[in-house]
Design a binder for this molecule. Structure first.
Ligand SMILES: Cc1cc2nc3c(=O)[nH]c(=O)nc-3n(C[C@H](O)[C@H](O)[C@H](O)COP(=O)(O)OP(=O)(O)OC[C@H]3O[C@@H](n4cnc5c(N)ncnc54)[C@H](O)[C@@H]3O)c2cc1C
Length: 480
């Protein structure tokens, strides 16, 4: 039987893949989306178990207003339901432990500029100057910051230690990168969105609502979705894409849009023999973001009342020096800890009186990282120290590591890569005008998702990429 033929095949149903596939179908292209998982969502998929619905790890949507999520949904004629901004009221939010103190201070971010309320007037003035300057950057000034890391950019300001720690934590949680590696342009653009579009939010019903909504539109517009289908090879003949080989058969198309990560796509799915040596070497040398690992606690009582907690001190955020110590095997004594409570955003996600909380801490991206158990136990100990009630109410604890992240999302094709939290690192040399082009140097091959075509935070970044990449793909289709 002849292989089924499509206008375009999208490999991967993460936020970038789903948004792109749905847009192409809406614009009249016969589109097939494939994913190796049994559900859509990529790194932001949902699981339902024992009456709970939750993500595999903490995932917040940033920003909250005037988003690319809504832009895609509106184009598709669909509606997304997002949570209201949930203020931290019961001990949650940004929790900073000053030096020599045993107590955490809550940093409440006050809209519209999201400047922490607890700062002194002098500190507020300087943060205001920093945030205002970032808003006022001209496009040329912003481009120049592609080559400056955020730590160096901050040297222009009189920043106190507690403010520096807050900003370093923002970098660590938004991009999962060390503060002295992340591109200042990426931070400036993202903080501009964060401050004008009101911080972060959650999709009602779980974060996978985003991908599920886009997938509904894909099917409505004649597109096809095949789950549990692993793409083993993207077929290229004479420099032109022909389709894909999967574990479920061959599918033909003159266009393949890969959401499987640029490194796995080039080095494994296509194969570097199809690329110019210097391009393949450039892709191999790209640096992924860091990883996150942590646990899912099923609790018989609501132990964390707020929806999110970011727990840190001056010792817990990462710069390169701290990352390298961790890479050498040193477990941080004072971890940067995220505690995430999906039912704090949407109470329907947990049976009454119970909750699942998801914890996370920074770690190297390596799916073969040593002593994962040591890291997880240290995290468990530090979370318990923060809230001793946790221990008394655990029904079950499930752990996740960078190996699990890789299994659910992208393959490891370069040593140390695969378990990255975000995707390609948003660091100097890889952002703005240095970012890989969404059009591969092979006819009909494109990349969508966090590795190409966008900026910003995780799932929003991937959706922004689809907004930019889908028109390029459509134009290619129309002109070929
Ligand atoms: C622990 C953790 C916490 C995070 N927290 C946040 C957060 O708070 N906020 C935020 O915005 N982002 C967060 N992220 C990051 C965010 O989820 C990702 O950056 C985003 O999902 C990337 O989207 P994407 O479209 O590029 O691809 P992905 O979500 O990575 O999806 C790629 C898809 O491709 C599929 N695929 C790969 N290879 C193949 C193949 N060969 N055949 C078939 N299918 C394939 C995968 O199965 C997957 O479904 C977090 C990620 C992790 C791991």
């Amino acid at each position: 039987m002849a292989a089924p033929k499509y206008d375009a095949i999208v490999v991967g149903a993460g936020p970038g893949g789903c948004a792109c596939a749905a847009l192409l179908a809406k614009w009249g292209m016969k589109t097939l989306m494939l994913d190796k998982n049994d559900r859509v969502g990529g790194k932001a998929l949902n699981v339902s178990k024992d009456g709970h619905t939750y993500e595999l790890w903490p995932v917040l949507a940033t920003p909250m207003l005037n988003t690319k999520f809504e832009e895609v949904a509106t184009e598709l004629g669909m509606k997304l339901k997002m949570s209201e901004l949930v203020p931290a009221m019961k001990g949650g939010g940004f929790l900073y432990k000053p030096p020599k103190s045993k107590k955490y201070e809550s940093f409440i971010l006050v809209p519209p500029m999201m400047i922490p309320e607890q700062l002194t007037e002098k500190e507020k003035e300087e943060v205001n100057r920093l945030f205002s300057d970032m808003h006022a950057l001209t496009p040329a000034e912003m481009d120049a910051l592609d080559d400056v890391n955020f730590h160096d950019f901050l040297a222009r300001y009189d920043i106190s230690q507690s403010v520096y720690s807050f900003l370093a934590v923002m970098v660590n949680i938004l991009f999962v990168e060390p503060i002295d590696l992340v591109a200042a342009s990426e931070m400036a653009k993202t903080m501009n969105d964060f401050t004008t579009k009101l911080g972060s939010a959650y999709f009602i019903g779980g974060q996978a609502q985003l991908c599920e909504t886009f997938t509904k539109a894909l099917k409505r517009d004649g597109g096809e979705l095949r789950l549990r289908t692993r793409v083993e090879r993207i077929i290229v003949e004479d420099g032109q894409v022909q389709g894909v080989y999967t574990d479920k058969g061959t599918f033909k198309a003159p266009i393949v849009v890969s959401n499987a990560g640029i490194q796995p796509t080039v080095l494994k799915l296509v194969g570097e023999e199809h690329f110019d040596k210097s391009y393949a070497n450039h892709i191999r040398g790209l640096i992924p973001s860091l990883g996150l690992m942590g646990s899912r606690y099923f609790l018989d009582k609501v132990v964390f009342e707020d929806s999110a907690y970011i727990i840190y001190s001056d010792d817990s955020w990462w710069n390169m020096e701290r990352y390298l110590k961790a890479k050498a095997g040193e477990i941080p004594r004072d971890m940067l800890i995220i505690v995430f409570n999906p039912s704090g955003f949407d109470p329907k996600l947990a049976p009454k009186g119970k909750q699942v909380v998801l914890t996370a801490t920074l770690c190297p991206a390596d799916p073969k990282m040593k002593n994962m158990k040591g890291w997880l136990d240290a995290l468990d100990e530090q979370v318990t120290k923060f809230n001793p009630e946790l221990r008394k109410h655990i029904i079950r604890r499930e752990d996740y590591t960078t190996a699990d992240v890789s299994r659910v999302t992208r393959d490891s094709v370069v040593p140390g890569q695969g378990g990255e939290c975000i995707g390609l690192g948003q660091i100097v040399g890889q952002c703005g005008h240095h970012k890989p082009s969404p059009s591969a140097p092979i006819q009909g091959l494109f990349y969508v998702g966090v590795d190409s075509g966008g900026y910003g935070v995780g799932i929003h970044h991937a959706t922004e990429s689809a907004v930019n990449v889908a028109p390029i793909v459509l134009r290619y289709h129309q002109t070929h």
